[in-house]
Design a protein around this ligand. Structure first.
Ligand code: AMP
Length: 217
């Protein structure tokens, strides 16, 4: 591993364009204190600052294709170094087999992947809505179709790789609003907490929680 034990753990957020990777990641960042790193945001920042690298990738991004894995690794390595000992949420990386191999070389096998899935028609509607609301340069019909095509070209092999590496994949239905995706994650979290029991002898019939539990209902 190039980065040794920094960061401490990696969680992936994978899904198509418009699937809500960024929104979910930001919420996880707020509520769980993980560090959110988005490969798309890092690239857009380079483009905005008109750096050498930004000039190299701008057209590729406008065409809705993937930039080279070497470029992503350069950006990721730079930013990951500044988060030693943290759990990092990777949004949009890896999204190809080459990316996946580079990721492992950089910081080891991921702990978990959150996979956002829904129909392309919903993704398309969302992207165009975001574009109409003055969103990103690549949120137009032409680029969006290409981004979707690129996504389908590489996505299955990335998922297959995750399975081969025994990375647990949590499938989340992202066809609803961000709150519904969050609820699905919370439901999984609740499964992990100690179960409640109803105290039959109690006057109130209230649920009783184990004494040592700090269960937040
Ligand atoms: P996103 O914000 O994740 O939708 O990414 C926007 C664009 O950045 C994509 O359409 C690609 O051109 C590029 N990009 C983002 N992440 C990657 C990656 N891991 N590998 C290659 N290109 C990427």
């Amino acid at each position: 591993m190039i980065l040794g034990n920094a960061p401490a753990g990696i969680v992936l957020v994978v899904g198509g364009p418009g699937s809500g990777k960024g929104v979910l990641s930001k919420r996880l960042e707020q509520e769980c204190g993980v560090v959110h790193l988005s490969s798309g945001d890092l690239l857009r920042d380079e483009v905005r600052r008109d750096t050498v690298l930004g000039r190299q990738v701008r057209e590729i991004m406008e065409r809705g294709e993937l930039v080279s894995s070497a470029v992503i690794v350069t950006l990721m390595r730079r930013v990951m170094r500044s988060h030693p000992g943290k759990r990092v949420l990777l949004d949009g990386f890896p999204r190809s087999l080459q990316n996946a191999h580079d990721l492992v070389e950089l910081c080891g096998t991921p702990q978990l992947a959150l996979h956002l899935e829904c129909d392309d028609t919903i993704l398309m509607e969302r992207i165009l809505k975001r574009g109409n609301a003055g969103g990103r340069a690549d949120d137009n019909i032409h680029t969006a179709l290409r981004r979707l095509r690129t996504y389908h070209k590489y996505h299955n092999s990335t998922l297959e790789w995750l399975r081969e590496q025994h990375v647990p994949v949590v499938n989340l239905d992202c066809s609803g609003d961000p709150e519904s995706v969050w609820e699905q994650l919370c439901a999984i979290g609740r499964l992990m907490r100690p179960a409640t029991r109803i105290d039959a002898n109690s006057d109130t019939g209230m649920a009783v929680f184990p004494a040592d539990s700090n269960n937040k209902r």
